[in-house]
Write a protein that binds this ligand. Structure first.
Ligand SMILES: CCCCCCCCCCCCCCCC(=O)SCCNC(=O)CCNC(=O)[C@H](O)C(C)(C)COP(=O)(O)OP(=O)(O)OC[C@H]1O[C@@H](n2cnc3c(N)ncnc32)[C@H](O)[C@@H]1OP(=O)(O)O
Ligand SMILES: O=C(CO)COP(=O)(O)O
Length: 672
C-alpha cells in the first residue's frame, strides 16, 4: 500500500471532527461487558400511550373479525361464487402465513447471537443518541412507522438490536415471503417480529384486504412500531430506489380516516463503510440470479465473519408528523362520505400526497446518511488518478461535499484514506503509485483493453462495486451536477434555457435519482446556490454562466453523470434498431447487455456501468413514464412493450447534444 500521509493530513475543508460526537458506538459497551447479561437484562419499553398488551393471536382475531374484512369476504364470495365460509377460511390461511409472533425469548436469543456477530463484523456501530431520544418520545405520543433505507440484510437485524439495547419497543417488520421459507430461520424471524408479505400482490383482492387490515390494526392499536422498507428491496447500487407505495398507503390510512390523531414517520439512514453483500449485489447487476434465501446458504455464508466491514452508522431522523406534513395537501373529509369500515379507493390527491410523503422520507434518509472517506474516493477513483492526486483531490472533494451539506464520517487519523483503501482491498489497490482496480484472478486492470466477454464481466464487476460506493455520495452532488451539465450543453447563458435543460435532465433521470415531484424550480435554485457558493457558476436574474476558475468543479460534476448518460444512450441505441418493435423487459435487459459488451470490446464505449441491469430497467421505466415506450394491453401474462422510435431518438438527441457518448476520463489505470 502506498501512503501519502502528507497529503492526507492537509485539510483545506475546515471540517470539524467534534461534529462526530453526536454518535455513540453501541459495540463499545458490548466489548466491555457480558453479552449474556445484555441479552437477559430487564426489558421494559414504554409503549404508545401505554397501549395494553395484545397477543399475536388476539391481533389476528381482531383482524379476522373486522367489519372491513367481513365486507370484503362477502364481496369476494359473490364475485367468485365461492361460499363466504370458504373465503373466510382462505383469509384465515393468508393471515396465518403472514402474521408475526413476537416473543421476547427469541429477541433475547438473537440479541445474544448478534452481539457476537456484530463484534466480529464491525469495528463500530454508531448510533445518534439524540435520534433515539426523539424516537422514544414519538413512540409514546403517536403510532410510529420506522422507515429505513435498505442496503443489506444487516439493516433489520441491527435496527431491532439497537431498539432492544435502548429499551425501546421491538418493531414488527414487513418481510418478503422468501425469508419465511428458510428452514427454522423463517420461524425465528417470525418470532422476532417479522410478518411476511408476498412480493407482487397484483390484483388479489382478498390478499390486499387481509394485509391492509393487518397493518392498519397494528397502527390503530399502537401494538408496536411498524418497520418497513419503502424501497421494497436492497438497493444493489447503493442509490436510493423509487419508493413502493402499497405499505405506505396502508400505514397512512388510519390517519386519513381520522382513526388516529397523528402518525410519525421516522426516516432512518443506515450507512456502511463496506456492505456485506457487495460482491453478490454486483453480480446480480450483471445478470447472475440472486441465490435463493436458504438456511444452508446462510450457514455457508459464515465466511463473511472472517472479513472486516469497518464501521456502520445508523441515524434516526427527526420523526415527521403526517398531520403537519399533509396539512393542505389532502382533504380528509372525503373519508366522511362513507362508513370507515368500507373500502374506499384513495383519491388522486391522496395518492399524490402518499407518493410525495414517500419521496420526502427517502430524501431525508439521503440527507442524514453518513458518507465515508471511501465514498468520496470512489467518486474520483472512477475518474482515474494516481494515489497522490487521489488523496489531494479527495481532500478537496471533502471540502466541496461539506459545503454542499454532506454528513461525513472522517476520523481524525492521518491515514484515513489508506485505511479505506485497505478495507476495500478485495477490489482496489495501490500499485506502483497508481490506484488500480483488482479483478478476480487477472490482477490489476490496465494491461490494455479486454478482449473477451469474460474479461469485460470481470472488470464490470469491479467497476460496479466501486461505483456503488460512489453512488452513496451522489445525492449530495446530483443537483449541482445536473446544473453543471445543463450550463455546458445549453447554447448561450439564458437562465430560462438552462433551467429548461436542467428540467429535462431531472425528468429523464428521475428513476435513477430521487427528486421530489413538483420541486424542480427549488432544485434548480438550490443547485445554483451551491455552485455559486463554490465559485463554479455566476448567476443573475437573466443568466447563469460558468467562470474559468470553476471549470475543474463543473467538469468533475459532469463526469459523475457520464456513466448514466452512456448507459441511457446504449439502451436508446438498442431500442432504435430496426428489429426491436415489440419486446419484454426480460428480452431487453440481456440484449442491451450484449450490445454494451460489444461496444466495450470495440472500445466505442468506456462506461462499464452500462452493463448494470438496474440502470437499464430505470431507463425503461423512464421511457414508459415519458411515453416513449408504451404498454401493449394483451391477454398474455407477460407485459409486452412497444418502442416509439422517433420519440426515443428525440430523447437521445437532446441528451446527446454536446455530450460525448463515452466517459471522457475512463477508469484509468496505467501499469507503470
Ligand atoms: C435484539 C436483536 C433482535 C433481532 C431481531 C431481528 C428481527 C428480524 C426480522 C426480520 C425482518 C425481515 C425484513 C426484511 C425486509 C424485506 O423483506 S424488504 C421487502 C418487503 N417489504 C416491502 O416490500 C415493503 C414495501 N413494498 C410495498 O409497499 C409494496 O407495495 C407491496 C405491499 C409489497 C406490494 O407490492 P406490489 O404488489 O408490487 O404492489 P405495488 O407496485 O406497490 O402496487 C401495485 C398496485 O396495487 C395498488 N394497491 C395499493 N394498495 C392497494 C390495496 N389496498 N388494494 C388494492 N390495490 C392496492 C397500487 O396502487 C398499485 O397500483 P398501480 O399504481 O400499479 O396501478
Ligand atoms: O429485501 C429483502 C430482504 O431484506 C429481500 O429482497 P432482495 O433480496 O431483493 O433485496
Amino acid at each position: 500500500m502506498c501512503l501519502s500521509v502528507l497529503y492526507e493530513c492537509e485539510d483545506p475543508s475546515g471540517y470539524r471532527p467534534e461534529e462526530e460526537k453526536e454518535f455513540m458506538d453501541i459495540l463499545e459497551e458490548r466489548r466491555r461487558s457480558s453479552d449474556l447479561g445484555h441479552a437477559l437484562r430487564t426489558f421494559t419499553p414504554s409503549p404508545y400511550k401505554g397501549a395494553p398488551p395484545l397477543s399475536a393471536g388476539a391481533l389476528n382475531r381482531k383482524v379476522l373479525e373486522s367489519q372491513y374484512l367481513r365486507y370484503i369476504t362477502k364481496e369476494v364470495a359473490m364475485e367468485t361464487g365461492e361460499s363466504v365460509d370458504l373465503v373466510r377460511e382462505e383469509a384465515s390461511g393468508i393471515l396465518e402465513e403472514m402474521s408475526q409472533n413476537l416473543q421476547l425469548g427469541f429477541i433475547r436469543l438473537l440479541g445474544f447471537t448478534l452481539s457476537k456477530v456484530f463484534k466480529r463484523l464491525f469495528s463500530h456501530i454508531n448510533v445518534n443518541q439524540e435520534g433515539l431520544n426523539r424516537l422514544q418520545q414519538a413512540i409514546q405520543e403517536s403510532p410510529v412507522i420506522l422507515m429505513p433505507n435498505h442496503r443489506s440484510y444487516v439493516d433489520f437485524l441491527v435496527l431491532s438490536y439497537i431498539l432492544f439495547t435502548y429499551d425501546l419497543p421491538i418493531p414488527v417488520i414487513a418481510a418478503g415471503i422468501p425469508l419465511m421459507d428458510m428452514k427454522m430461520v423463517g420461524e425465528i424471524l417470525r418470532r422476532s417480529g417479522a410478518f411476511f408479505i408476498r412480493r407482487a400482490i397484483g390484483s388479489d383482492k382478498l390478499y390486499w384486504a387481509v394485509l391492509s387490515e393487518y397493518v392498519k390494526t397494528i397502527v390503530r392499536t399502537g401494538y408496536a412500531p411498524v418497520e418497513f422498507y419503502v424501497e421494497g428491496l436492497r438497493s444493489r447500487t447503493l442509490k436510493s430506489l423509487t419508493p413502493k407505495l402499497g405499505m405506505m398507503h396502508m400505514v397512512l390510512e388510519p390517519f386519513f380516516k381520522g382513526e388516529v390523531y397523528d402518525i410519525k414517520l421516522v426516516p432512518i439512514s443506515i450507512s456502511y463503510d463496506r456492505v456485506l453483500e457487495e460482491s453478490l449485489l454486483a453480480h446480480e447487476l450483471l445478470g447472475v440470479p440472486k441465490p435463493r434465501e436458504t438456511t444452508m446458504g446462510l450457514l455457508k455464508a459464515r465466511r463473511v465473519l472472517e472479513e472486516d466491514y469497518g464501521s456502520m452508522h445508523v441515524y434516526f431522523g427527526m420523526p415527521l408528523s403526517v398531520r403537519q406534513l399533509t396539512k393542505g395537501r389532502v382533504d380528509r373529509c372525503e373519508y366522511n362520505l362513507l362508513p370507515r369500515d368500507l373500502p374506499q379507493r384513495p383519491s388522486v390527491e391522496t395518492q399524490e400526497c402518499v407518493s410525495w410523503l414517500a419521496q420526502q422520507v427517502i430524501r431525508v434518509q439521503e440527507q442524514n446518511s453518513i458518507l465515508s472517506p471511501w465514498s468520496l474516493m470512489a467518486c474520483l477513483v472512477l475518474q482515474g488518478l494516481s494515489w497522490e492526486l487521489l488523496t489531494q483531490k479527495t481532500l478537496r472533494l471533502k471540502g466541496l461535499a461539506i459545503s454542499f451539506g454532506a454528513r461525513l464520517d472522517w476520523p481524525g487519523r492521518c491515514t484515513v484514506m489508506a485505511s479505506s483503501m485497505a478495507l476495500h482491498r478485495s477490489v482496489i489497490r495501490c500499485h506502483r503509485g497508481r490506484v488500480t482496480l483488482l479483478e478476480e484472478e487477472e490482477g490489476p486492470v490496465g494491461a490494455g483493453p479486454f478482449t473477451t466477454e469474460e474479461g469485460v464481466v470481470r472488470r464490470a464487476r469491479a467497476v460496479l462495486m466501486v461505483a456503488a460506493y460512489r453512488n452513496q455520495a451522489l445525492h449530495v452532488f446530483i443537483r449541482p451536477a445536473m446544473l453543471a451539465l445543463a450550463v455546458h450543453t445549453t447554447q448561450g447563458s439564458r437562465r430560462e434555457d438552462i433551467y429548461s435543460s436542467f428540467r429535462f435532465l431531472l425528468d429523464l433521470f428521475s428513476n435513477d435519482f430521487i427528486f421530489i415531484t413538483g420541486r424542480s424550480s427549488q432544485d434548480f435554485e438550490e443547485a445554483c446556490s451551491l455552485l455559486r457558493k463554490c465559485g463554479a457558476v455566476q448567476t443573475s436574474q437573466q443568466e447563469v454562466t460558468s467562470p474559468e476558475e470553476g471549470q475543474s468543479t463543473t467538469s468533475f460534476l459532469r463526469a459523475l453523470l457520464q456513466p448514466f448518460i452512456d448507459a441511457y444512450q446504449v439502451v436508446f441505441s438498442h431500442l432504435c434498431v430496426e428489429d426491436v418493435a415489440v419486446f419484454t423487459e426480460r428480452q431487453m435487459v440481456p440484449a442491451v447487455r450484449s450490445l454494451a459488451t460489444k461496444l466495450l470490446l470495440s472500445g466505442e464505449l468506456k462506461s462499464y456501468e452500462a452493463l448494470s441491469s438496474d440502470t437499464q430497467k430505470n431507463v425503461l421505466s423512464a421511457l414508459l413514464r415519458l411515453g416513449a415506450v408504451t404498454r401493449l394491453r394483451t391477454g398474455f401474462c407477460v407485459l409486452l412493450l412497444i418502442a416509439n422510435k422517433p420519440a426515443i431518438r428525440r430523447l437521445a438527441d437532446t441528451l446527446g447534444k454536446n455530450v460525448e457518448m463515452t466517459c471522457p476520463t475512463p477508469f484509468i489505470i496505467s501499469n507503470e
